[in-house]
Design a protein around this ligand. Structure first.
Ligand code: ADP
Length: 200
């Protein structure tokens, strides 16, 4: 069984994924995979270089994310082109990782993705869990964790699904607005539920 774990920036996805891991689940992070498929030597990086030119490549051959972000921020049609190249590769690589993890015997595996619904990655999973917090807490925790400005956090929020729409698509919800113990108790309950569904 593959569980999609999603939530907005700073909602607590990574924290919740680590909590599931302590109970024996394995997980793949879609953000890590997104970085992996544009490493030097990867076909997606070559396609990006051919399309945008050397200005998006550092002298050591790695992707210049700042330069690329600059272009696609100004030109939405270029964002669409980039996504048409990267999204299928990300999905393909996620599937490979999930298959490997399943072979290692985890009872169920998690796909942790901030854009699970937005990117269509929910097609790869059997169930979805949304980590939910009020937006003000989401912003406060992100500001505490990252060196970003409040306006940058709001720009990221604007590119993600609104809270209500995300919740409407969830099979299960973890309310992460309280302390770690409260989050852990909900994770333990869901872990039991998933094992019950799997008869293990
Ligand atoms: P995401 O992966 O969704 O961006 P994180 O798991 O990194 O979010 O959590 C964002 C920040 O909030 C981190 O600094 C984390 O330690 C903190 N955090 C997560 N859950 C809680 C909680 N229940 N109580 C207090 N802080 C939390």
């Amino acid at each position: 069984m593959i569980i999609g774990l999603t939530g907005g920036i700073g909602s607590g996805k990574s924290t919740v994924a680590r909590a599931f891991e302590t109970l024996g689940a394995a997980w793949v992070d879609a953000d890590d995979v997104a970085r992996e498929i544009v490493l030097p030597g990867e076909p997606a990086l070559l396609a990006i270089k051919q399309h945008f030119g050397e200005k998006v490549i550092h002298s050591d051959g790695t992707l210049n994310r700042v330069a690329l972000r600059d272009i696609i921020f100004k030109k939405p049609e270029q964002r669409l082109w980039l996504e048409s190249v990267t999204h299928p590769k990300i999905r393909e690589r996620i599937t490979q990782h999930l298959t490997q993890l399943k072979a290692h015997g985890a009872p169920y595996v998690l796909l942790v993705s901030p854009l699970l619904f937005e990117s269509g990655q929910n097609a790869l999973v059997n169930r979805t869990v949304v980590v939910d917090v009020p937006q003000a807490l989401q912003v406060a925790r992100t500001l505490q964790r990252d060196e970003v400005s409040e306006s940058q956090v709001h720009a990221i929020l604007a590119a993600q699904l609104p809270r209500e729409q995300r919740l409407a698509q969830a099979d299960d919800v973890i309310d992460n607005s309280r302390d770690h113990a409260s989050m852990m108790a909900q994770v333990a309950k869901l872990d039991q539920y998933f094992r019950h569904l799997l008869n293990c």
